[in-house]
Design a protein around this ligand. Sequence first.
Ligand code: MGD
Ligand code: MGD
Ligand code: SF4
Ligand code: MO
Length: 742
Amino acid sequence: MASETVIKKAGCFFCHHNCGLLVHVQDGKVVKVTGNPDHPASRGFICARGVNAPKWLYHPDQLKHALKRTGKRGEGKWEQIPWEQALDEIAEKLASLKEKYGPESLLVAEGTYRSDLFWARARFLNLFGNPQNIISPGVVCMCNIFAIDLALAGAMIMPDIPRSKCVVLWGANPKEARPIQWRVLKKKKEAGALKIIAVDPWITGAGKYADICLQLRPGTDGALALGWINVIITEGLYDKSFVEKWTYGFKELAERVRDYTPQKVAEITGLRPEEIIGSARLYATSESACINRGVATDQLGLNSGRVEQARVILAAITGNIDIPGGDLISNPPTEIDGKKFICESELELAEKCPVEKRGKLIGSDRFKLMSWHAWEITAPYYEKQLGISCPQLHYLQAPTPIATRQIITGKPYPIKVLITWGSNPMLWAPHTGHTFEALTHPNLELHVVLEYWLTPTAQLADYVLPAASWLERPLCTTTEGWLPIAIGGERAIEPIGDRHDDYQFWRGLGIRLGQAEYWPWESVEEVIKYRISHLQMSYEEFVNRGLLYNPGKHYTKYEKAGFATPTGKIELYSTVFEKLGYDPLPYYEEPPESPVRTPEVYEEYPFILNTGGRFMPQFHSEHRQLGIGLRERHPDPLVTMHPDTAKKHGIKEGDWVYVETRRGKIKQKAKLTEDILPNVINAEASWWFPEKEGKLPGLSGAFESNANMLTIDDPETLDPLTGGWCNRALLCKIYKAEEQSS
Ligand SMILES: Nc1nc2c(c(=O)[nH]1)N[C@H]1C(S)=C(S)[C@@H](COP(=O)(O)OP(=O)(O)OC[C@H]3O[C@@H](n4cnc5c(=O)[nH]c(N)nc54)[C@H](O)[C@@H]3O)O[C@H]1N2
Ligand SMILES: Nc1nc2c(c(=O)[nH]1)N[C@H]1C(S)=C(S)[C@@H](COP(=O)(O)OP(=O)(O)OC[C@H]3O[C@@H](n4cnc5c(=O)[nH]c(N)nc54)[C@H](O)[C@@H]3O)O[C@H]1N2
Ligand code: SF4
Ligand SMILES: [Mo]
């Protein structure tokens, strides 16, 4: 007879919403997952990923034991070994490589926000003496924005969508990407309480709700933003008192944007001057307006940092900073109900990283905004204002294309070890051919992967360690230190097999490498108890409540102590950029490949290619395994194009099509819609086929439909501020595949 069902209140970690879910457990096994109606944020919501979590968790391909490579890299020959033995062997090798090549010879690859444990990686690296040599998609996904916002405004800036009168969806499709946010937007829009401006070459599911759709030429967002600033200043629509009191450099800004007239911007973007003027007016004259940034503009290479700079300026000059419905100055909750809460950055031990190692952060001589150079300028202001360390985990990163080159060349110093956790760089990193060369290069003496599955990246590793999922570990996060909330959730079941959580990985290595005194907490539960130790709240109460925040502390916070920047104001003219040797003001630059910059390439590759476009229910390269009920809903990779474009090439809906750039070609299935500009093609990212053989040469189909076979990673094409690469606004050609099966 089955025993009673126990219900555990867990925090979902299949996406960035961290919904509160009820995990129904019987005899130590998860039997069902439902929404938690009492959760203050998600209020009972659950998406298909959450519902199918039990099938995901008990899928036969989930790793339960550590694997050690026995054949050649990628040959698919493995020996099963105990977790503890794997850690012993890895630690021993790490110690000897550190001795020989220095602590900087270790590189860590991570993915987007897959756990609340990034601080543990930062702590380990600081104690190891490594300058935070990490590669992550963060450079092209929000972490770059954090670095820019920090320089210009002293904090992360986040849209206050629930209270806004006008939301700009700037290269964002929350209908597919952010289900909870979409619920709020849709409800407000349907109640007639909201204007939406979509900036997107594709009228997406969310875009269909927009009052104004600006279908611009991909990659010209910087010009549009400067055009808006021009209209707002020329027409006197800016907030004069805010500008005077709380911004720095308005005169220089006005001078800079003078040339970005609606006419000129129309020529660049392909929009009509009236569209540019009308949208700028709507944005500037709404009682409140905020900009919901999608990831597209982080992925434009050369000009991407300047797009965010211009958006911060837009929010500032229109007086939309830190007002209800505007763009909020968003910091982690250092205090809850007047009592101290210990944030992630306080666990990182930034001060332990030897000062002489800081300059060794890969690529930081050239790409400075996410390096210690910027840190040394900006962190003191953040720390003074908030009384806590500036979070390293997002701020310090190595541009991936520079790091992969360094693995291959060994210059300026050798990279010998790669630890990949919560990340599948064979799918996310730009120019897969190049990433593959780095991951299989003999210079790399040790590659460890911490994963749920034998992904294409794991297939190339020397050791693969099985990670415990969000169902097998508790949760305590401030959403990357960017939101003024603390989210909690309890462990639903004990880890399956020989799985361990990411904390145990970093702690286990740390203890073996002489860091024992810095890892006093034996489990994540103990860490959480430490973090809430001042709150006069039990662990049970914290995880049961699911969400803590300080009501009523949200708006015009700057009136007390100004902005945490060198001038104490929002810097329209950035003194931080200037100090680092960059242009202090925003400007527009063509994408690295474009009809205008590279007309000769355009002749042969006549379409503009965006790679990306989120879709439910899959999350990046996850949820591709058959039998969970998620891949079944979206079984094939889709390339979206306009019907006129398809017709010209003899392509019909559902045909397999080749998409080709100068870097390579892939095959995806055609999806036709009139909602996309006729000269724009969108290829979905992150596709692999776990049902295909998991070894070389195929690596579970990692080279077949993976959009990063097409993307660009030359150092000259990167955003000079951050090192961000270009996944959008590329040039491609398309043709029907002769072979019509997958
Ligand atoms: N289902 C699902 N949800 C997810 C994810 C997932 O993989 N699956 N991933 C999560 C993560 S990490 C992220 S970063 C977010 C991203 O979520 P979004 O920001 O919504 O990302 P995308 O859907 O890739 O791109 C949004 C839009 O940008 C448009 N676009 C492309 N190029 C340009 C351009 O040059 N300019 C402008 N203005 N628009 C352009 C595309 O047409 C697309 O409609 O989603 C998160 N949520
Ligand atoms: N061409 C193109 N490339 C892109 C993008 C694009 O739009 N176009 N988007 C970029 C963006 S915005 C992002 S965020 C990245 C996404 O890149 P990643 O965040 O690396 O996403 P995945 O490729 O899904 O790899 C994450 C891996 O972590 C594992 N995992 C999940 N949770 C955990 C955990 O808690 N612990 C451990 N140890 N493992 C875990 C999963 O099984 C999965 O294999 O892709 C980027 N790459
Ligand atoms: S995957 Fe679904 S249930 Fe889980 S946090 Fe995201 S939206 Fe919520
Ligand atoms: Mo992302």
